[in-house]
Design a protein around this ligand. Sequence first.
Ligand SMILES: *Cc1c(COP(=O)(O)O)cnc(C)c1O
Length: 384
Amino acid sequence: MKNFQTLCIHPLREQEETGMVTAPTLTSTAYNYLESEELRYPGFYSTFNQKRLGKIIANLESGSWGIAFSSGMAAITTAILSVVKADEHIVFSKDLYGGTWKFAEQELVKRNISFSYADNSLASFQQELKPNTKLFYLETPSNPLLRLVPLKEIATLAQTHGITTIVDNTFASPVNQRPIQFGIDIVVHSGTKYLGGHNDLPYGALVARNTDYQDAIFSSAKLYGGSLAPHECYLAERSIKTLALRVQRQNANAFKLAEYLHRHSLISRVYYPGLPTHEDHALALTQMTGFGGMLAFELDLPPNQYLTFLKSLKVIQPAVSLGGVESLICSPAATSHRAMSPTERLQLGIKDNLLRLSVGVEDANDLITDLRIAIRKASNKDLQ
Ligand SMILES: *Cc1c(COP(=O)(O)O)cnc(C)c1O
């Protein structure tokens, strides 16, 4: 078994016959059906590069097979709708990515698929279990408070009841967490985030532990149509070469920023699984190999000073999305969670003064200086 860093550079065991060090980009969407096996998945334009990318990500996630999509949402919706049918029930972890939450609330109800939300504990999943529960769907670490769900316990509970498990592993990336190693069935990714890593490439991926759902997922994937074009596959594969390097740096930077913010007098709370004060720190030590590049904090400023803070940042950019080499900051209440009512947000623990920071690969001291100066400017009118 290769170490993860090496796997990122040499993800496929097969030897290229061509002698090329990097894979070619092949653009054909049509294949001679007398001579190729492409007929097996017609309509998904399952090109050489798309198949290759699926295999690469499957290897990174310790899965048996994988498939790439044109967005994270395409991977997520295809996965859910391949596993669950009308009159069945899903338990979601309650801190869901906004798009997944909306998909449940808006689309699953139309299909007579029922669902409920569990908090992040095993007991809560157990409590939400119904005779027709078919799927446990979870995110860990979650957005934006970085709460963790116990992967091994949930996988074991699911297996005893014949329930399928899906984990959205976007926030951790396979560098920091590989859910399949804990018995999870299917892992989905917004490749747009850490896997792509440069804030310039929308894509998604799905990896499965075994082949139980392979035909069903290929069939749905084809019908829903979210295939990824060869050039995007090439960019995705290129990005994976630096995945371990980037994420290790992001882990280290986030750790330093979390410690700095934790000590700052105008920050009332920092959410980062690497801090011993985080509710799920002990769990993080058992299922993550790194604490990730995402953190959140509550900034104690009068409400009208937030804009001054955000506008005073010179390195960190106020932008939604995450996982790239550039540090980005956003207010979940104003962006990812704005579709929810303030009450719904508060139930999730998302206050209006919460800021989410996706830490990039810049110099950590520059990031700390940027935050320090912007907080000072926003808190002290004389300096503005
Ligand atoms: C961004 C994101 C998604 C959706 O992915 P897209 O590529 O934007 O479709 C799903 N889950 C999580 C955790 C995300 O951050």
